[in-house]
Every structure is written in structure tokens, then in C-alpha cells.
Design a protein. Sequence first.
Length: 273
Amino acid sequence: MNLPAQEVSRSAGLPPILDIRNATVYRGDTCVLSEFSFALQSGEHAAILGPNGAGKSTLLKLLLGEVHAMPKDETRMMLFGEDRWNVWDVRKRIGIVSHDLQRDYLICAEGFNVILSGFYASNDIYEYQQFTKTQMNRAHEVMQELGIMELSGRRFGHLSTGEQRRFLLGRALVHDPPVLVLDEPTSGLDLKACFQYLDLLRVQIAKGKTVLLVTHHLHEIPPEIDRVIFLKEGKILADGFKSTLFTNDHVSRLFDSTITLVQANGWYQALPG
């Protein structure tokens, strides 16, 4: 019998990749996450699902160290079993592709340099940055894998939304991190680009990457992701198996709307109720 990923990690004595306990986060005067607790084990794939304003973007900023939880005795945040870490080291171990990154990335950057910038977690590359032959080869390898080699000389601002998303995925993969965190990965893509991007994501899962997906679109959640967390108004409403939580009633309550779900081959889609 195959054990769930979290049980395998516990039995092997491995610390969670991510372990957040009782985190309260404010953005200005607004409490965005309230007593938030969440753990992700190595080899486990999870999707955090919720409406706009649920706190999903703030969670990503918490992982990146761009916002911080209120200092309370009961609050703990650990990454790879450590409660103190260097943000730059974390970015080598967790590849993050977010909407903020795509929106803010320099439009003049050439495609190949977008990939290389992942080694420094920078926005484009700069003269003071040095790259080894191994790093250059790795960047070419990633572009080949993602099918974007022919776009390596194109400027970021001249790429389609889907092509930009692929380059940013390559930027996240260039370190070969064990964990990928994706923020609404197919938002703004047409059907073909959407399906192609999800295929790329499934390849990374098959290679053994641990994937955390943050979204409000059910159709973005591939069959390999079996755990879902319902997030609403900064609080976790439910955390469990997709087969249990993906019902008309549960999803309708999450989004405050009457929703009918359809399912095919492990994929789900939401329709008006």
C-alpha cells in the first residue's frame, strides 16, 4: 500500500518543507491572514484555492520574506526544518512564479537573460553578475526542455503572455529546486497555451518536484495534486483530499455562489449552478 506523502515524510523523520503555525499577517491596517497554519511535506502536492481577497497573494509574499507575521509566542514559520534562513538560499530551493514577478519584470530583458537571472533572483542580469559555463549550459538545457530555445533572443516585452510565463518558469527551474510554487499559472492564457503550460507542470511533478499551486481556478489543478486547502478571508475553511472537498456544496460555499462541478480524467471545472 502506498502511503500519503506526509506519512512517508514523517515515517522517514524528514521535516516539512514548509511549516507555518498561527501566523497573523497585516497589510497596513487590514488583517489578511489570521492564525494561519499550514504544512507541506516533501513529495506532497497541494493547491490553495480561494476567491480574490482570500489572502493567497499575501501567503506568497510571506514565503518570499516580503511580509512578516506578527511576532507572537505561538507563531512559528519554518522552511526545510529551519526557523532562521537566508532569503536568497530559500529562493534556490523554492522556485516561485507569481503574477507580481511577471508584471514587474523588465520588458527589455532578452529571453536567455531571463533564465539566467534566476541564479541571482534578479530582474534581468547586470554587468557585475558572473555566470559559469555550467550555469550557461543549464540555462540552455531549461530552455530546450520548455520549448523556448528559438525565443532566447526575443525581448520579454515582445513575448506573448504564455511565452513570458514559460520563461519565468524556466527562471524558477534553473536552480533545479525541489519545490515549485505557482500563482494562478494559466491566468490570461488561451486554451492551447493553458494546456501546454499545464503539461509542462505535470512533467515537473513526474520528475519529483513538490508543487504548491495557489489559484482561484479549479481547471488549473492537475490530477496529480490531490490535496486542496480552501482559503477565505485569511482563514483556512477546509484542508483535505480533492475527492472529498470538490463537491457542489463545498465549492459553492467557498465562492459564495451556486456552482456545479464537472469532472473528467482527474480534471475539474466549475460551471454556473
